[in-house]
Design a protein around this ligand. Structure first.
Ligand SMILES: O=C(O)CCC(=O)C(=O)O
Length: 289
């Protein structure tokens, strides 16, 4: 890997997005901000659906990993929801957004022929939450880094992200650093965004949720995609009931794992098979097997 580069400001893009320039930025700093990724109507409708869902239970989405330190990482004052396609149907168009999926596929093309949803997560950092520790999303797996990402993430702001309410800290260029090296504090910047904007970054970029020192929550969706042969953090087979999976568009079903990964380009095999064949057939069959 190359030597780390001096900090650059995260590039901002306005619609219509210049995806070639965004791809270049992924190979440079490793993160970008897409302004107005969601329309006001999309964002308002989604926030209303989330409000309704969360109104049902105060304990909903609290960390429950069984590990004190992992719960601290998840945030004891942070609400996290998985299984969004079942809980919040309006996320379907976002998780399956072809621009996002194509970006993920291109960014990981050196490693994978297709991608999976790694996790679709609501992250609502509530007041008083301290800053999350700095990490790489790729830390979830014991896979050495070699400069070609196998996971990417899109953090979509559903509230304005400010320095005070927990805007994500990112260190542009840090994907080049060897695992044991950490950037200096001044190499980090916060992804200050308007609600509806999205922070896109490669999963080997160092980042972390900020502290929420305000009196209001900071809400976001984190939609991460991983190489199609990797075991995702979120178990979508368990989180999305079969009937709901059957109702989804085929390309979203594929993101959940109802598609095989063909590794022949890397002299590898097919993985994710159902009865030695295409896993999409499982959803087509009428009976639960
Ligand atoms: O919510 C954020 O700003 C970042 C969260 C994050 O990086 C994580 O939970 O892994």
């Amino acid at each position: 890997m190359n030597a780390p580069q001096a900090t650059t400001v995260l590039p901002h893009f306005q619609p219509p997005y210049n995806w070639a320039a965004i791809d270049d930025a992924m190979q440079d700093g490793g993160g970008v901000i897409l302004q107005a990724f969601l329309s006001t109507a999309q964002k308002d409708a989604l926030n209303a659906q989330i409000d309704t869902y969360l109104a049902d239970g105060a304990a909903t989405g609290r960390p429950d990993s069984g590990s004190h330190s992992y719960d601290r990482f998840l945030g004891n004052r942070t609400i996290r929801l998985h299984g969004l396609l079942a809980k919040l149907p309006q996320t379907t168009d976002i998780i399956g957004n072809s621009d996002l999926v194509d970006w993920a596929t291109r960014t990981m093309q050196a490693k994978a022929g297709s991608v999976l949803l790694n996790a679709g997560e609501l992250i609502q950092i509530n007041p008083g939450e301290p800053a999350q520790y700095i990490h790489r999303d790729s830390d979830s797996w014991p896979v050495p880094l070699d400069g070609a990402p196998f996971i990417v993430n899109a953090i979509i702001a559903l509230d304005d992200f400010t320095a005070a309410n927990g805007a994500t800290h990112v260190a542009p260029g840090s994907w080049r650093l060897p695992p044991q090296e950490k950037p200096a504090a001044e190499d980090f910047q916060q992804a200050v965004m308007h609600s509806g904007d999205a922070l896109l970054f490669r999963g080997d970029l160092l980042h972390g949720g900020g502290a929420n020192n305000t009196r209001a929550p900071r809400r976001a969706l984190s939609i991460s995609y991983c190489a199609g042969w990797l075991r995702p953090v979120e178990n979508s087979f368990l989180n999305i009931p079969r009937a709901r999976a059957q109702s989804l568009p085929p390309h979203v079903q594929g993101l959940l794992g109802y598609a095989a990964h063909d590794g022949s380009r890397w002299n590898a095999g097919l993985v994710g098979l159902y009865e030695n064949g295409d896993p999409a057939r499982y959803l087509l069959s009428a009976e639960q097997t």
